[in-house]
Each structure stands twice: as C-alpha cells, then as structure tokens.
Design a protein around this ligand. Sequence first.
Ligand code: ATP
Length: 291
Amino acid sequence: MDAIKIKAPAKINLSIDVVGKRYDGYHLLRMINQSIDLMDTVTVSLGEFDGVVIECEDERVPKDERNTVYKACRAFFAHTGREPVGVRVEIEKEIPIEAGLAGGSADAAAVLVALNHLLETGLSVEELCGIGEKVGADVPFCIQGGTAFVEGIGEVLSPLPPLPKCYFVVSKPDLSIRTADCFRAFDGEGISRRPDIDKITAAVIAGEIGEMASSMCNVLEEVGHYEQIESLKALMLREDALGAVMSGSGSAVVSVFEDKGDAKRCVRELEAAGYADTFLCKPVEYGCTIK
Ligand code: ATP
C-alpha cells in the first residue's frame, strides 16, 4: 500500500495556565486538552514526487516548507535515517486556521502516523511523539489524543479518563491570533484569574461535566482582552452553556453542554448573530487515526 487517509482531530483546551519559561524561551504550561470530532482529512501518498508535494484548497495554508506537514516529513526522515522518498500530502481542511485548535499540529501528527505506517518503520507512539515535539508543541497531543493533563511545553502527557457524554459548541470569531504573538505578549503580570488545574482535573476524573465547565479558565485570554472573545463567551453563556473558555491562544471559544438540544440552539443563535465558523462537536477518545 502506498497511500493512506488519516483523520486528524482538532484539539481544544479546557484550561491553560502558564507556569514559567524554559531555557530556550518557550513557555511552560499546565493544560487540560481534549480531542474533538472536528477533523481535517490528510491523505499521504508515496511515489515519484519531487520531495514533499502539498495540496490544499485553502489558500491561507502554505504549500511549501512553512507547512507543518513539510516539517513533519523532514523530521521523520532525519530521525529514522531513512532515505527521503517522494511524499504527496493532500489536506482537506475542516479545522479553522489561527483558531487555537491546533489544525497545523493535527496535520503534522497525521503525517508522522502515516509515514510510520507506509514505510513500516515500526516506531512506537512515544517515539512518534518525540519527533512531533520538534515540529510543534501540540503535535504529541495530536498524535495521542483523547483527554489529557498536559505539561512542559506540551510534550508531557498524562492521559485522563474519557469524558462522559457532552457537547462542545466551538466558534471562531472574525479575529485571527498568531500563537507566537500571543505568547510573546504574555508577561504573567496582572493576571486576575488563574485556573485551578487540580480542581478541573478532579472534575474530569469524576466525570462531573458541570463542575469541569464552571472551572474552565485560560490565562492567555488576558493577553489581548479581545472584545470579540468576551462577546462570544457572553452569548454562549446566555444560551445556557455550562461554561465557556478561549481555546489555546485563540481566537476560537469553546462552550460545554450536557443537553444536545441546548447545544443545537446555541449553534443556531450564534449563526444567526453572524458567527459563520461555528461547530457542534463531541469529544473523541483518540488522536490521529488510520481511516
Ligand atoms: P495552535 O493551536 O497549534 O497554535 P492554530 O490553530 O493557532 O494552532 P494553525 O491553524 O495551526 O494555528 O496555523 C497557524 C499558521 O500556520 C497559519 O497561519 C498557516 O499559515 C500556518 N500553517 C502551516 N501549516 C499549516 C497547516 N497544515 N494547516 C494550517 N495552517 C498551517
């Protein structure tokens, strides 16, 4: 077989705290991450291609060495010592870009899983995560997926039990935030509310969705104090969301529901208010899987 299709789930953060800085300037985090059924589809083929050929209909996605899938291919061949072969990667994008939903990282994770399978390199998930970490901080989580307590810059994963049945309404306002800009602006001063990560972890373990939702908090929200994010959160809470929080460095906002009818109504209201990029999602228990 020389082609494979992988589903690459988006990541949401149910909470993020920044607890320090690493020697190289990367911020050290404590987060609760969750994979959701909003997914890109990544098809990887091996053949007589000129290096890494990237195809994606979305014009905002770079098709050259700036793409995370290009970096993933390069890191894979460097790690395994295999002679690089021609690789074609077709990305069907569903995950909004610059949303804090790890779309680029999910695509990179999919390519690592695909190359390991197609080239029969037999790398363990841990080894793939080690390669992924060099490509991007969210890549290890995107490989493993599910529900996890995540530390370090994103590479230290402690799996948590799957969430009980619940729904997420995920919506990206008309605002794009670059992850690097957000972290550069974060100085940790004057943060008015920090998440209690231990409390939310306990709620996740106990399957207490209401307690989890009301404990959600992302310190990065205070970097830009974006009015669009505050309005979106307020709208979701007005529609009976159990909690609402910005994901990653934004700009997507995630709200939690136990009742599907409430979640659907929230989606309708957001769409009516002009939020075109709105999705009704469920948690999934896996990362990049082979279709
Ligand atoms: P994260 O949560 O990991 O910070 P994000 O959702 O904020 O991710 P992405 O959608 O991953 O951000 O993309 C950020 C930038 O990376 C885009 O502006 C785009 O130019 C570039 N990029 C590189 N590779 C990809 C890819 N495969 N898919 C989407 N964007 C990509």
